[in-house]
Design a protein around this ligand. Sequence first.
Ligand SMILES: *Cc1c(COP(=O)(O)O)cnc(C)c1O
Length: 397
Amino acid sequence: MDYHAPVQIPMSSPDLTEAESEAVLKVVRSSQLSMGAYIEAFEKAFCDFTGCQHAIAVSSGTAGLHLCIRAAGIEAGDLVITTPFSFVASTNAILYEHGIPIYVDVDPKTANIDPQKVIEAINDLASNTKRAAQWLPRKGANSKQELKAILTVDVFGQPADYDPIQQAASQRDLVVINDACEALGAAYKGRKAGTLGEYGVFAFYPNKQITTAEGGIIVTNNDKAATYMRALRNQGRAPGDTWLQHTYLGYNYRLDEMSAALGAVQMSRLDELLLKRQSVANWYNQRLQKIPSVQIPTLAATTTTISWFVYVIRLADGINRDLLASQLKEKGIPVRPYFLPIHLQPYMVERFGYQPGDFPITEDLGKRCLALPFSGKMSEQQVEFVCQELQNCIDRQ
Ligand SMILES: *Cc1c(COP(=O)(O)O)cnc(C)c1O
């Protein structure tokens, strides 16, 4: 009998030290568990890092996106252009306010929203001609509804192509929301991810570049919106309201002090954390570029820096991705199809009538992409093991 089953490589892993533990313990011992000094320190770290005037820490990245949707004034029936190739939160934030996501397919190279198609969609929807209809879902929307915003996502840590999108948006007074939840530390033409729209959002679930356990943060230079979002996060209490006065319909989206303390230490280690992830990605790149049926991630010319969030490969035609995934799992290697297209999730099909074939590039990526185990804590030996087994499993197909 084999008593020495190999240690399972985790899909992802947070990188924590004694410093994080001590900071969290300090909060616990202080009894100030919410709305204290650590939230302020964490927010200041984000202002310093991004150069933005305001940073508003919240209980999750999804909560941050929701507050941006509220700040952008999205109401029932308003149209928001976004990508179907993302984590569902980017679409859900729109749906929470009964807005309507207008999907635009992605660039096959980067998997980010295609800026040319965004411009086409903006022009068609604004001109309100018959051409507007082609961008709308089969049901649940009509072209009388107004286009208000564009929600871009920096997929897998690579910024979308903002300049053409922002230019088209400015001409029509549309708000750009930058979902940078996967891209802390990335840069587009030298500008930091998260600062590329009116509002930017980062997220800190344990698989992200830094973690607060659960948490997120919004960055913006918009003074009025920042004050509004701070109020919404805190049950709608505007400046001057007492604890039981609520100017707005708000939420409890506050980040607690233990999470903020954890995050403040993680932010102080950001360079180190990003460098480690870069090394692991380099190890993968070196090995996997030699396997013909595996395509490694490619960078756009506009990407100054990718911030490695996940390591996602694409498999050539003829490789059965799902079979490969189960073969790898048997070897103790967890992998994940990344992403399953949002428009084909059951609740989206039911509500908007989407069908396979509606966004062919997104769907093709949805069938080919496979995220390998990835974190800054992986050793070169672990990467080697994953790559060897990947090669073996592909050879067996
Ligand atoms: C992680 C992530 C979010 C936010 O996730 P939370 O779990 O709510 O913190 C939002 N958008 C994208 C693209 C993400 O990857």
